[in-house]
Design a protein around this ligand. Structure first.
Ligand code: HEC
Length: 133
């Protein structure tokens, strides 16, 4: 096992299990996605009934306009993306996960780039599933 990052999250193991078991990919990638979402839970909820958090609620993200949580006060860069009518789809989400700050310079979210494509896919699968909580 390989530990990377200050919080000791095991990114390496998650990536390996995502690519090593093609026959049970859907269930497994969801489990991997769930694990990858754990650090995000400090700031984001997926339950529409959740009380306010430090970050916007991510329920129903795919198909929603960027900066689309009506209860959240977004940064100027995200508000201008919303004003341009940009909406979240899978390619945009995976590109965002790769390097959030590169897509929205100056956004109010400190997050590490996610260089591994299998991890980005698994996390995007998890976020795109309306049943994920
Ligand atoms: C320390 C708190 C924090 C963490 C941890 C965090 N975020 Fe965020 N996130 C935010 C904030 C704050 C915003 C709004 C940023 C702004 O307004 O510029 C945001 C915005 C977003 C958005 C855009 C939402 C929208 O409504 O358009 C997505 C998607 C997102 N985060 C995903 C993630 C994912 C996935 C992770 C974990 C890999 C994560 N975030 C980790 C605080 C956080």
């Amino acid at each position: 096992m390989r530990r990377v990052g200050a919080r000791g999250f095991v990114w390496g193991a998650a990536a390996i299990s995502a690519v090593a078991a093609p026959y049970c990919a859907p269930a497994l990638s969801n489990e991997v996605g769930r694990r990858l979402f754990e650090p995000c839970r400090a700031c984001h909820a997926l339950d529409p009934a959740s009380p306010p958090m430090p970050g916007p609620n991510l329920f129903g993200l795919i198909g929603r306009t960027v900066a689309g949580d009506p209860k959240f006060d977004y940064s100027p860069v995200l508000r201008s993306a919303r004003a341009s009518g940009r909406a979240w789809d899978r390619p945009l989400l995976e590109q965002f996960l790769r390097d959030p700050e590169a897509m929205f310079p100056g956004m109010w979210m400190t997050s590490r780039p996610m260089p591994d494509m299998a991890e980005r896919r698994a996390l995007a699968d998890f976020l795109a599933d309306p049943k994920s909580r």
